[in-house]
Write a protein that binds this ligand. Structure first.
Ligand code: G6P
Length: 591
């Protein structure tokens, strides 16, 4: 959702900004740009539609610079709409959405300003320029007071070489420091290798890099005393791998699950014991893949603990008029911890007095800061836009949370609890399905649509398999309740139509079988994933794929792995890049 970076460094400033932008590219890759400020020479600007790699070339000179990688919201992905945007003595990069930009634009046009782009961001640099009377920081503060919506910005002023000013409202921004460079940036991993100490900004704060130091200020302009922490090695992301990041991240799933298990089992749950034991109502909120993890959590809590969980996509949470209040528990799931819809849902829940538990991959994220209690998974950096290993790790955290809930209520862990330790090996065993999934991807390479069917927990896995297929292979796919097929969607089935079915619950296997028989009778090609050979009638599928054996409740954490791999193979065979699917971004920091 756009990545921004600002840097002050005597040496290699352009190269450092370029390196950080390459690591921020998961946030958007519609266009990229860097502006450098060189003392005595002014600005040097390079910006282009497309990937950050388009900015390669002879480094632009300067001791301070700002960079941007864009996920287009206002205005098409063109060179003109690429950031940085300039006005007079200023250059600016922006992540977020300025909701009142149209009225500001009208006002500025009436004052004679002309706009070079269709972006909402350009109004900010115009406002800063008009507010400037010699005091750089004061001009930025004055302009920010006019903005509604969300922003993280980094600004240069040609009167102030060696300075970068940043501001944050609703979009992430951190400061980073090393012996040789000072930074502001959208996230911590992007600074890996070059900033040893980091400090996140909170909403309403400003970061000023000047005179070789970093200072934080509040909205009133008073300096804040902030603590920098050392960057942990886990936050360091790799930038290049052989093969795609997605393939590599799928390969890392067993290790990520093992690390996450270790993390969640050494956590002290006492601070949330009361909420887990006595919550009147449990809500789970998340977006995209994380929402599918939330749905699994809902099913598991319902089956294991007997408590009802209301699962709502974050973007609907605020408008659903839920009777949420004191004594309720909200579990918010987000890999990045920066998804705007999820943060807004959590802010609302917190305002109403609910206890909030965050499940996230990023310890310093906004979500972790907002929550009353955080469970940080140890998936490691996930670079590919489509989530894979983070999903498996979210499930591990949520299983653990459900088990704690059961424990605090009954003093006993669920029967499947000890089997959690078998998950890493089972995930590894799921890799045995890969040759078959590869063959299937080749067979269905030109399919125009697919159905993923399942019941109960398998429906969640089916939904995630379908989402992966849509996201990266651009094949329309639907995760559908097997029993609901006959009530309408069966009409889509014709000769050769691909159907992927999951059947991991033995007690309802015969019911799923009915849906497969109905599909096959209409010409569908059916592939069935199941851990048991015997439970299903031989004739109900064209291909069988054997999953590792685990307690049924834990199956979603491994049954999804062949589907993640299938989507990745399908994407590659169709000639697309699984790491950078069109139109998407990994971290969606706008509502
Ligand atoms: C984006 C990504 C998805 C992800 C979703 C939620 O839409 O493309 O892969 O599942 O955001 O992200 P989060 O960081 O909140 O888990």
């Amino acid at each position: 959702m756009c990545g921004i970076v600002g840097c002050v460094a005597k040496e290699n400033c352009y190269e450092r900004i370029y390196a950080a932008l390459s690591r921020l590219e998961y946030r958007g890759y519609d266009s990229a740009g860097i502006a450098m400020l060189q003392e005595g020479a002014g600005f040097h600007l390079r910006k282009k539609r497309g990937y950050v790699s388009n900015l390669k070339g002879r480094p632009l000179a300067g001791e301070a610079g700002i960079g941007h990688t864009r996920w287009a919201t206002h205005g098409k992905p063109t060179d003109a709409n690429a950031h940085p945007h300039g006005c007079g003595k200023f250059m600016l990069v922006h992540n977020g959405i300025i909701e009142n930009y149209l009225s500001l634009k009208e006002e500025l046009c009436a004052q004679g300003e002309q706009f070079a782009s269709e972006t909402d961001s350009e109004v900010i640099v115009k406002l800063i320029s008009r507010a400037y009377t010699g005091d750089f920081f004061s001009a930025v503060r004055t302009a920010c007071r006019r903005l509604r919506g969300s922003y993280a910005i980094a600004v240069l002023c040609s009167d102030h070489p060696g300075e970068v000013i940043g501001a944050r409202q609703g979009s992430p921004l951190v400061a980073g420091a090393s012996d040789t460079a000072l930074y502001i940036c959208s996230d911590i991993p992007a600074l890996c290798g070059d900033a040893d100490y980091i400090c996140p900004a909170s909403d309403g704060e400003f970061i000023c890099i000047r005179d070789g130091k970093i200072q934080f200020f509040d909205e009133a302009g008073s300096e804040l005393c902030k603590c920098f922490t050392r960057v942990l090695p886990e936050s360091r992301a790799e930038t290049s791998v052989s093969g795609t990041f997605m393939e590599k991240e799928i390969a890392q799933i067993p290790r990520a699950i093992a690390d996450t298990l270790q993390g969640v089992s050494s956590l002290d749950y006492a601070p949330c014991a009361r909420a887990l034991r006595a919550a009147k109502c449990v809500y789970a909120v998340a977006c995209g893949t994380a929402f599918h993890a939330a749905l699994v959590f809902g099913d598991v809590v319902q089956n294991t603990v007997g408590a009802h969980v209301v699962c709502t996509v974050s973007s609907e949470f605020r408008y659903a008029n839920l009777p949420i209040g004191v004594g309720d528990l909200v579990v918010a799931v987000s890999q990045s911890g920066e998804t705007a819809d999820t943060l807004e849902a959590v802010r609302l829940a917190a305002k109403r007095g609910a206890f909030v538990i965050a499940v996230t991959n990023i310890a310093h994220s906004t979500l972790a800061a907002l929550a009353d209690f955080s469970i940080v998974m140890r998936a490691g950096p996930e670079i590919a836009v489509a989530a894979t290993k983070s999903y498996n790790c979210q499930l591990v955290c949520l299983y653990y949370l459900a088990a704690q809930m059961q424990y605090f209520r009954t003093q006993a862990y669920p029967v499947w609890f000890l089997s959690l330790r078998d998950l890493p090996a089972a995930a590894e065993a799921a890799f045995d399905c890969f040759p078959q999934m590869s063959a299937l991807a080749a067979k269905w390479k030109d399919a125009r649509g697919m159905l993923f069917l399942g019941r109960s927990l398998d429906l969640r896995t089916a939904a995630e398999g379908a989402l992966k297929t849509k996201e990266i292979a651009y094949v329309f796919a639907e995760g559908y309740a097997a029993g609901e097929l006959k009530h309408g969607t069966l009409a889509l089935i014709e000769e050769g139509f691909p159907v992927v079915a999951l059947s991991t619950r033995r007690d309802i296997a015969s019911k799923t079988e009915n849906a497969l028989a109905e599909s096959k009778a209409r010409g569908a090609q059916v592939v069935l994933l199941s851990q048991s050979e015997e439970s299903l009638n031989e004739s109900c599928a064209d291909f069988r794929i054997r999953l590792p054996n685990l307690p049924e409740c834990l199956m979603p954490a491994v049954a999804v792995i062949p589907l993640q791999y299938f989507a990745c193979r399908l994407c590659l065979l169709r000639g697309y890049d699984p790491d950078k699917p069109r139109n998407l971004a990994k971290s969606v920091t706008v509502e």
